[in-house]
Design a protein around this ligand. Structure first.
Ligand SMILES: NC(=O)c1ccc[n+]([C@@H]2O[C@H](COP(=O)([O-])OP(=O)(O)OC[C@H]3O[C@@H](n4cnc5c(N)ncnc54)[C@H](OP(=O)(O)O)[C@@H]3O)[C@@H](O)[C@H]2O)c1
Length: 525
């Protein structure tokens, strides 16, 4: 431990709110208990780029509890000072509030320490235990612990088991111990079930926070507000009015040097199993009885349970996979997937996937949900497009309505956060001609303020014990059930071919044909 400062010199007391009632209300309502956060994998990329900048931003906004402390745990030979210097560099590069405020950083950094250790060596957890006890005494964290598994996934189970063996997962004195687990959570249904079992041996389910950072995004949370704080959408949010729903998570970047991870994972596991299934369940869920974590997650999981099973022998009816070949993205030539570093020759790993899913329940019977995600696509965009049915009777002549399209509602998640509703209007002039226009809402212009980073919201919620925006055990397993059916189908396919498409385009012809044969086409956002 690098400080002997008593907890009373904490950030909140030194930087009291300057009379902003909104902030003060927020702070009082949402200040967590004093606690220590142990980050396993603290010398890694996630801690550097995401976790520490988010924690610093929370400190700056006076949202962290009194005496908040961070204990880094990793392989690398560092002392507390070099660890802090490394973290400061990350904060300087990635915080939302730059340049960084020296006084806030110094105060925040007083609570940072480092334990060098090997995840697999039980003895090293003894030193962690000693450090935690010291933090409790010096910073007043009262035994409340948040363990963050920012490590390669193969270590998750062992870390939990070592913590349990050192009695670091449960205490009798009312203090809480929670664990945040990063993605990927499992490789298929069986491994996810095994991991859940291992994690739940150390922690009660209510103390497990499986992170899906998409759920921390403002616009994803806004799906709940949009659907359930407004009366006008729910009556049309069903099979009577909705023709189909299209969910797109498109990236223009490639695999960014993560060849060995990605080649073993692919787009289906990397994006569809978690982020896209979460978006699907938020769009399709029934209204929950309350915003209590389990009330919301009960409704989300019902959607996943209602997904129509995919027969692995008929996988091509439900899924298209492909790989990017070389091409141009933003005017720059980029290599094909198989030419990327640490990708196997002749790899069959998909960098693109398109799915057709059905939610077999009263509300959504026979409404297709089309999901697509991929790397090296034409544009970075995440959106949910709800396509409504055409009007039942054509009142206007075919000449007047030749440009007419059915109503469309687009929830834009990134990079332009907002929503747009497309509807028909009369073109000014002496004749009746119709044209679609957009009614647009954009977060940036409406609120004139930046959204917090997803990790800020999620770290704070985990400290508060609020699991609403985290995935529950049954949700993860239900999502894996569908994804594993597709994986099984692909593994049974006799051919060793995977369609290729030019980088910088919207994906393979096969995906276009997949929708065209149903009389539909993908949006070009
Ligand atoms: N990076 C991201 O933006 C991102 C985004 C979403 C999810 N994730 C997930 O977050 C997790 C961490 O990702 P990352 O990118 O931060 O990984 P990373 O950069 O490879 O960092 C891994 C960390 O684990 C430590 N480590 C590995 N083996 C160890 C051992 N046996 N004993 C002690 N320490 C060990 C490393 O320590 P040394 O370097 O000191 O050896 C390092 O601190 C992964 O599950 C990843 O999928 C990451």
């Amino acid at each position: 431990m690098t400080t002997t400062q008593p907890a009373s010199t904490n950030l909140q007391e030194r930087f009291q709110p300057a009379g902003n009632p909104l902030r003060e209300g927020l702070r009082i309502e949402r200040t967590p208990d004093p606690c220590a956060m142990v980050i396993f994998g603290a010398s890694g990329d996630l801690t550097y780029r995401k976790l520490m900048p988010a924690l610093y931003d929370l400190a700056l906004e006076r949202l962290l509890p009194a005496g908040f402390s961070v204990i880094g745990f990793a392989h690398r030979d560092m002392d507390a000072e070099s660890f802090k210097a490394h973290l400061r560099e990350g904060v300087e590069r990635f915080s939302r509030f730059r340049p960084i405020d020296d006084a806030i950083w110094e105060s925040f950094a007083e609570g940072i320490s480092y334990v060098r250790g090997d995840f697999n060596n039980p003895e090293d957890y003894e030193r962690l235990s000693v450090e935690l006890t010291a933090v409790d005494t010096q910073r007043g964290s009262m035994g409340n612990r948040m363990y963050y598994l920012a490590t390669p996934p193969e270590f998750y189970a062992n870390i939990v088991s070592c913590l349990g063996a050192k009695h670091l997962t449960h205490r009798e004195d009312g203090a809480w111990q929670r664990v945040i687990v990063e993605k990927p959570f499992g490789h298929d249904l069986e491994s996810a079930q095994g991991l859940n079992k291992a994690v739940n041996e150390g922690f009660d389910e209510r103390d497990v926070f499986r992170i899906d950072h998409y759920l921390g995004k403002e616009t994803v949370q806004n799906i709940l507000a949009f659907r359930f704080a407004n009366g006008i959408y729910e009556p049309i949010w069903n099979r009577q009015y909705v023709d189909h729903v299209e969910i797109t998570v498109a990236e223009s970047i490639g695999i960014e040097g993560r060849g060995s991870y990605y080649d073993d994972t692919g787009a289906l596991r990397d994006m569809a199993q978690n982020h896209m299934m979460q978006l699907l369940s938020l769009v399709a869920m029934e209204p929950p009885g309350s915003l209590h974590a389990d009330a919301v997650r009960d409704e989300k999981v019902k959607v996943l349970h209602a997904l129509r099973p995919i027969n692995p022998d008929l996988v091509n009816r439900s899924a298209v996979r492909a790989q990017y070949a070389d091409g141009f993205v933003s005017g720059k030539q980029v290599p094909g997937y198989r030419e990327e570093d640490r990708v196997a020759d002749g790899s069959l790993t998909e960098t693109y996937v398109a799915l057709k899913l059905f939610v077999d329940n009263w509300r959504w019977a026979d409404v297709p949900f089309y999901l697509r995600t991929g790397k090296r696509l034409a544009k970075r965009v995440t959106e949910i497009a709800v396509h409504f049915k055409p009007v039942p009777h054509r009142l206007f002549s075919s000449q007047a309505s030749q440009n007419l399209e059915p109503n469309l509602l687009v929830l834009e998640i990134q990079p332009d956060e907002g929503m747009a509703l497309k509807f028909a209007v009369k073109v000014p002039g002496p004749t009746m001609r119709l044209r679609p226009v957009n009614m647009v809402f954009q977060y940036g212009t409406a609120f004139n303020t930046g959204s917090p980073d997803a990790y800020e919201r999620l770290l704070l919620d985990a400290m508060l014990g609020d699991g609403t925006l985290f995935t529950r055990r049954d949700e993860v397993e239900a999502a894996w059930r569908t994804v594993t059916q597709i994986l099984d189908g692909w593994s049974n396919l006799p051919d060793d071919q995977i369609p290729q498409f030019e980088a910088g385009t919207w994906g393979p012809m096969e995906a276009d044909a997949f929708l065209n044969r149903e009389g539909r086409s993908w949006r070009r956002p």
